[in-house]
Ligand binder design. Structure first.
Ligand code: AMP
Length: 218
């Protein structure tokens, strides 16, 4: 079962990816996270990536596909994958087609205002990866993770300039993929403005309709 999670920043790809990964027992692969992990090391590639990530620009297809292919060759991907943040361009979608047969593309749509609001208020726990929104899902103690007491951090690219830059890339390069996958009969559209649990149930229901043998409603 190979699924792509598509949508702008803050649409819930990370949140739904984590829950769906448990449900289907397949890894949630976020290319943004893979790249951030490399950028945190001390190599020439890391230094190159740090600038690109901070600005909110796109990493080249060459680097991206190399990192992704290496990850997808790991043993835990044998049953399938949930891809988050890739493909982001038509050329990536075509490259991906050469290596992976997709079962569905879940498009979580939200408005630009909501994407900006969610990304601007997004903090996370660096230890247990719990996600928070300072306005709608704040931690009980300011700046401290409810689950493991670690100090919360904000992504470096969740600053106003990069948030707008990423949204521009999304509209110009990623949004056209909605039509691309619709024409292939792979698109599963979900209203990402709803609450996390409702989005999750809608995804499971629509996946079940799309792939009758693979999904069950929790
Ligand atoms: P994300 O965590 O998905 O918001 O990605 C964070 C950053 O990683 C993006 O702003 C890009 O700089 C880079 N990135 C992630 N996925 C891709 C991709 N598929 N193609 C190019 N750059 C990517």
């Amino acid at each position: 079962m190979n699924i792509v999670l598509l949508g702008p920043q803050g649409s819930g790809k990370g949140t739904q990816g984590k829950i769906l990964s448990k449900h289907y027992d397949i890894p949630h692969i976020s290319t943004g996270q893979l790249l951030r992990d490399i950028a945190a090391t001390d190599t020439p590639l890391a230094h190159e990536l740090q600038d690109i990530l901070k600005r909110g620009d796109l990493v080249s297809d060459e680097i991206l596909m190399e990192v992704l292919t290496e990850r997808m060759q790991m043993d835990d991907c044998k049953k399938g994958v949930l891809l988050d943040g890739v493909p982001r361009t038509l050329s990536q979608a075509k490259l991906l087609e050469e290596t992976l047969t997709l079962n569905g593309v879940i498009f979580m749509d939200i408005t630009d205002d909501e994407a900006i609001f969610r990304a601007s208020n997004r903090w996370h726990c660096p230890d247990c990866e719990a996600l928070y929104n300072l306005q709608t899902h704040a931690p009980r103690r300011s700046g401290i993770c409810d689950l493991c007491n670690a100090t919360l951090v904000q992504r470096e690219d969740d600053n106003p300039k990069s948030i707008h830059e990423r949204l521009e890339h999304y509209h110009k390069e990623t949004k056209p993929l909605v039509d691309f996958y619709r024409k292939k009969g792979l698109l599963i559209e979900v209203d990402g403005m709803q609450r996390v649990k409702i989005v999750y149930r809608e995804i499971l229901k629509k996946l079940q309709e799309h792939q009758p043998n693979t999904a069950t409603v929790a």
